[in-house]
Design a protein around this ligand. Sequence first.
Ligand code: NAD
Ligand code: IPM
Ligand code: MN
Length: 377
Amino acid sequence: MVEYKIPVIAGDGIGPEVIAEGKRVIDAVSEVENFDVKWIDYPFGADHYIETGELLPEDALKELSKCRVIYLGAVGDPRVKPGILELGIILRLRFYFDQYISMRPVTLLESVWTPIKDKTPGDIDFTVIRENTEDFYIGVGGKIRKGRTQAALEIARSLYDVKLGLDITSDAEEAAYQIGLITREGARRVIRYAFELAKKKGKNRVTSVDKANVLSHMYGLWRDVFKGVAKDYPDIETEFDFVDAITMWFVKNPERYQVVVAPNLFGDIITDLGAMIQGGLGVAPGANINPRGTSMFEPIHGSAPKYRGMNRANPIATIWAGGMMLDHLGETRASERIEKAIRIVLKEGKVRTHDLGGSSKTSEVGDAIAKKVKSEL
Ligand code: NAD
Ligand code: IPM
Ligand code: MN
């Protein structure tokens, strides 16, 4: 029987609670579909950092690199200054493993309430592909390839010397700047992935998100690359939406969207909005993919510290991300089984957490889905 070694970083806040349910559902489906999972738990997160000062050591990264997938809960804790855990763990993983594709489905399931009036499941069903290694995320402790680091430095120098021409050190007050970087190679690989996904899923439109009307250097290049890649897919319609406008269109006409490809920061922002229109962060899964390396699967929500230890958080986003993880491993039937079980449990409506208007506990939802995956579907 095939056995998968899956490293798990449950993390902080509600992370351990939702991950426990994700594991339970995967264990259940593995019995039906005849494979074994060996979970390898890692302690990284706030408690470990506070106790030891350690975030994510190099030898752990080396171990993780032997696995095809990582299952992640959430990281972030009010006891630790914002950024330390997020950059030191999540972004470190995404950058170290060059997980350049962030895939975030926005799918409204039956019997889930959307705040958008008169929209039904068929109307909200698209995928956001978020670039995951560049843009304004580069300078923040991530490890990137040397050529691209060099590019970032060049931009920093030209900004300082040519554009601003300021002697910042003589200023009594501080100044801060953050460098964004888009490379042709970085944009091309993720945009191509978006078009390939559209082709595979039989979708006929890919939408690019940018702010080329203002940040014309970076997003002008992004747009240029998009136009180039689009030429290879003559049957797929394309369009450009500015990021501010797309937030409006997601609410007004979500049915327009099929595959949306966005630079890193805009992709981060619009996927929380995407989550909201599909029923909330509790039901929004995500994948960080390197097609030839180690990929990572997680809910797109954070550690929601206010619900920590209350058995109240919705585990569906994490369970669904677990399904995406099995699909990535080639366990397509198991993945479909999980998605189907989620759909049925939601449709039946008997077991649902507070965010979906119910009163069930995290573990009750996990239990119901685990039972369902084992039943005739
Ligand atoms: P958050 O996503 O943790 O929570 C925002 C709100 O969404 C919560 O207060 C809650 O009302 C709701 N929510 C989120 N997940 C839910 C679930 N499973 N069930 C029910 N309701 C849920 O965002 P935040 O409060 O901005 O961030 C908290 C911490 O998490 C911060 O430290 C942040 O940096 C971190 N964070 C981590 C990740 C990650 O690990 N990938 C992602 C986003 C935020
Ligand atoms: C997400 C989160 C992360 C991001 C943070 C916590 C580093 O918001 O996964 O969407 O900005 O990508
Ligand atoms: Mn986010």
